[in-house]
Structure formats: structure tokens, C-alpha cells
Design a binder for this molecule. Structure first.
Ligand code: KG4
Ligand code: ZN
Length: 338
């Protein structure tokens, strides 16, 4: 068997295809980003996403196969994201995968997007990545999982409200910074003082480590427009301390991610912590997590930034493990938003 898996990802706003050998060796990873199409609206518009995936999916797959110098008949299977995500977007990738699998008699592998993000840290890591605590921190999710293998994940904690990525995106909007917010907030934050404004760090009442980001977002809002609930949020040019707000918000968000993650890793006796998803690109998060984990003797694994944000290499990589486990599907494979 070739061990070559074609991965297809279309759950949100990137159409992606990749060819990966044996779960690790990335032969190609192509991403058609829709950022420019959604940017004027300040966030992902589901109808635009679906139509854009439809236009991009076959050219992106062709490009990934060509870049890997691979033909469909060389593949062992086709892996595709089936959940969670925008249903109209998921269906585009799934339909393409089904069509190709049916035409070539290839097995289909349905991949969970969150498990694939978690696998991204392992794909590039040494063999002994398990067991680990995985922090999935993206636009759609902020949760901690105990991972025993690529396909055995148990959720231990989850945000009570917003995801960390959403908080970055909303604060960017308040500061008049472009979508997606994470990269633009963190760029502006480099010019500010992270200690200038003391935004709140959420502390759980139950004593169990978990996350919350809505209070932090509201604190930023009140800082910008004062305590008058009816006052309008000032236009970006009228915010004199924008960089300090960005830096102080980022520091609070990083603390709110690092604290509970290390506490849970310690409680569970897990010596490896994987940090994955779009927000794992954040340099201050990487720096703070690594420094504090080192002090506790906990090893940190971060995917390369290109495998933190949505990509299909992580789908193909995890797909190989599903194939090994015999978790293949037929044309009845369905997509689910949750
Ligand atoms: O994993 P991802 O590409 O998509 C989801 O599955 O949600 O994550 C996208 C999220 C967005 O909210 C984006 O603002 C955030 O990741 N992000 C960042 C950074 N780069 C991307 N957040 C903070 N700092 C960054 N450097
Ligand atoms: Zn994602």
C-alpha cells in the first residue's frame, strides 16, 4: 500500500487539499484562502463561503495532487473533514471526496476537524507524543483534551462562552483592525505595553480549570467607551491607546489560556502539552506557555504556524491513522455542523 492519503478540508473559510504519506510526510499542502472575500464583512459569511468552496475545491485538489507528483490511482484513501463546521461548506468538500472515491474505488475517511487540529502537533513531533494534554484554541473552539492516541481524545474542559479566537476577532473589530483579528491584534500589540491596562483574568468558581472570554471582551468594550452602556464605541482614530489596549488584551487572553492548561496538565500528571489551532500561531502565547511549562517540567508541542490554522495536511495525516484502524466509510458518509 502506498500510504498516500489525499486530505480535503472545507469546514470554514479555507479550501484546502494535501497529500501526506504515512501520516507524517507532507508531500503537498495547498490552501485557497477566502479571507479577501469575507474581509469587507468583518467575519465569515456562510453563503459566500459555500460558493467560494464550490469554485475552488477541484482546482485545489488538482494542485495538491500535481505538487505531490501523485495521481488518484496512487492513493490509498481520501480523507475529508465531515464535522464540525459550516454545513454548506462541509458538504462541498465531502461531495468532491465522494465523487473521487467512487470514481476510483478508494476508501473514504471521515475526519473530525478538532481531532485533526490536535493531530497537527503530533504530525511534526517525535514518536512519543502520547499521552498528552491538548489545548485546541481556534476561532471555533477553546477546549482541553486528554489525548491517548490520534483517535482517542477525551474532552476535559471547554470555554463557557466565546472561544479565544473569537475574542481576538471581536477586539480587532472594536479597535478597527482588519479581519481575521488574531494576526492584526498581535501585530499592533507589539507596539504597546501589556501592563498598561489591567484587564480581568477569568478564574473559575468551581475550582476546576476552564475558560471564559466574554468578560474579557466586555472589559475591553467598557475601557473603550466608558461605563455609559448607551455610549457609542469610539471610532478607531479616536482611541489614543490602541496599541496598549491590544497588548494588554493579548496578555490577559494569554494568561487565561496558559493558567488552566498547565494546572490541568499538572493535576493529570501529563508531561506533554500540545497547543493547536489558529490562536496557537500567537507568539506571546507560545512564549508564555513554553516558559511556564519548562518551569514545571512539562514539554510543549506546537505545530508549525501553517499547520495551526486550517489546512488539509492535518486531515490527511489523521486520515492515515483512521485507515490503519479500519475506520473507513462508504458513500453514506455524512457531514454534521457539530
Ligand atoms: O484554526 P483556525 O484557522 O480556524 C478554526 O478552526 O476556527 O483559527 C482561526 C482563528 C481566528 O479567530 C484568528 O483570529 C485566530 O485563529 N488567530 C490568531 C492568530 N492567528 C490566527 N489569534 C491570535 N494570534 C494570532 N497570531
Ligand atoms: Zn480549524
Amino acid at each position: 500500500m502506498s500510504g498516500l492519503i489525499l486530505g480535503i478540508e472545507s469546514s470554514c473559510d479555507e479550501t484546502a487539499a494535501a497529500v501526506v504519506r504515512g501520516g507524517r510526510e507532507v508531500l503537498s499542502s495547498v490552501i485557497a484562502s477566502q479571507i479577501a472575500e469575507h474581509a469587507p464583512f468583518g467575519g465569515v459569511v456562510p453563503e459566500i463561503a459555500g460558493r467560494s468552496h464550490l469554485r475552488a475545491v477541484m482546482p485545489t485538489i488538482d494542485q495538491a495532487l500535481a505538487a505531490a507528483n501523485t495521481r488518484l490511482e496512487d492513493l490509498a484513501a481520501i480523507a475529508v473533514t465531515t464535522r464540525p463546521g459550516l454545513i454548506g461548506s462541509l458538504l462541498v468538500g465531502l461531495s468532491a471526496a465522494k465523487g473521487l472515491a467512487h470514481a476510483r474505488g478508494l476508501p473514504l475517511l471521515g475526519v473530525d476537524h478538532i481531532e485533526a487540529h490536535a493531530y497537527a502537533a503530533v504530525m511534526e513531533a517525535p514518536e512519543d507524543a502520547y499521552p498528552n494534554l491538548t489545548l485546541v484554541v481556534s476561532g471555533g473552539h477553546t477546549a482541553l483534551y486528554e489525548a491517548r492516541s490520534p483517535t482517542q481524545l477525551t474532552r476535559l474542559a471547554e470555554t463557557r462562552d466565546d472561544s479565544a479566537g473569537e475574542a481576538f476577532d471581536k477586539v480587532a473589530h472594536l479597535l478597527g483592525l482588519p479581519y481575521p483579528g488574531g494576526p492584526s491584534v498581535s501585530r499592533l500589540a507589539e507596539q504597546g505595553d501589556p501592563r498598561r491596562i489591567r484587564f480581568p483574568r477569568y478564574r473559575t468558581k468551581s475550582g476546576e480549570p476552564d475558560f471564559s472570554f466574554s468578560g474579557l471582551k466586555t472589559a475591553v468594550l467598557y475601557h473603550l467607551r466608558g461605563q455609559d452602556a448607551l455610549a457609542a464605541t469610539p471610532p478607531p482614530e479616536a482611541i489614543p491607546d490602541r496599541a496598549h489596549v491590544a497588548a494588554s488584551f493579548q496578555a490577559a487572553a494569554v494568561d487565561a489560556l496558559v493558567g488552566p492548561s498547565l494546572e490541568l496538565a499538572t493535576r493529570r500528571g501529563l508531561q506533554t502539552l500540545a497547543v493547536v489551532g489558529g490562536v496557537a500561531c500567537n507568539l506571546r502565547l507560545r512564549e508564555s506557555m513554553r516558559t511556564k511549562a519548562d518551569a514545571l517540567g512539562i514539554r510543549c508541542l506546537f505545530p508549525s504556524p501553517i499547520y495551526c490554522t486550517d489546512n488539509a495536511a492535518m486531515i490527511a495525516g489523521l486520515g492515515w491513522h483512521l485507515l490503519q484502524a479500519g475506520s473507513t466509510s462508504g458513500l453514506e458518509l455524512d457531514a454534521s455542523p457539530r
